[in-house]
Design a protein around this ligand. Structure first.
Ligand SMILES: [Zn+2]
Length: 200
């Protein structure tokens, strides 16, 4: 594999879509240190429904894998085969993302944009991609305290939920968003000030 293919592309050359993540927070303890209680927890983005647990790496793209090798049958082997490209049109593998903000919000967790590249298969409502990296993350009030950690780990923009209302997709799909999502989007972050340099 060439190294150039896994570099994280800029936002122009990659496909931008929406998805949702869980936040995995691991307490970091420094044994026999008086600073133990001051250690920052380790935070990571984790895919919602991917066994085994799929942790999104820092500063490197997540590369899709295919777990269907385990359940090979003759029909699958004839259509796809163990050496198929990932993702493959006849398989279900790939890193999933959806086109609509409303669909991503339906899953809950951390909602954000995601960059997709490599081989990308487009469906009606979304995509399956070979490589992916988080884009802009919209944090709930509960997760707002992790914004600095997320920014340093993934070098991504972290914005509070309410700013989703300024995204063009909100205007198009706001009616389809769940009531819990709308409620969450109304919180007022104490430390956030609208900036003229905002990308929206
Ligand atoms: Zn596959």
């Amino acid at each position: 594999m060439s190294t150039s293919i896994v570099e994280i592309p800029d936002r122009v050359s990659a496909i931008q879509a929406w998805r949702a993540w869980k936040l995995q927070v691991t307490p970091m303890q420094k044994p026999s240190s008086i600073f133990r209680v001051l250690a920052e927890p380790k935070v990571e983005l984790v895919s919602l429904n991917y066994p085994p647990k799929d942790i999104w790496p820092s500063a490197h793209p997540l590369e899709a894998q295919c777990l269907n090798f385990r359940s090979v049958d003759e029909e699958w082997d004839r259509l796809v085969g163990a050496n198929h490209t990932i993702p493959d049109e006849h398989c279900t593998c790939g890193i999933y993302a959806v086109k609509s903000l409303a669909a991503a919000a339906h899953y809950g967790g951390i909602v954000g944009t995601v960059l997709l590249w490599g081989k990308v298969i487009e469906a009606i409502d979304g995509f399956r991609a070979q490589y992916a990296y988080p884009g802009t993350l919209y944090l709930s009030e509960e997760n707002w305290k992790h914004r600095h950690s997320l920014k340093s780990i993934y070098n991504v923009e972290c914005l509070p939920f309410p700013l989703l209302k300024r995204h063009p997709d909100w205007k198009e799909q706001g009616g389809g968003l769940t009531s819990s999502f709308m409620t969450a989007a109304n919180w007022t972050p104490v430390n956030f000030f609208l900036s003229s340099s905002s990308s929206f």
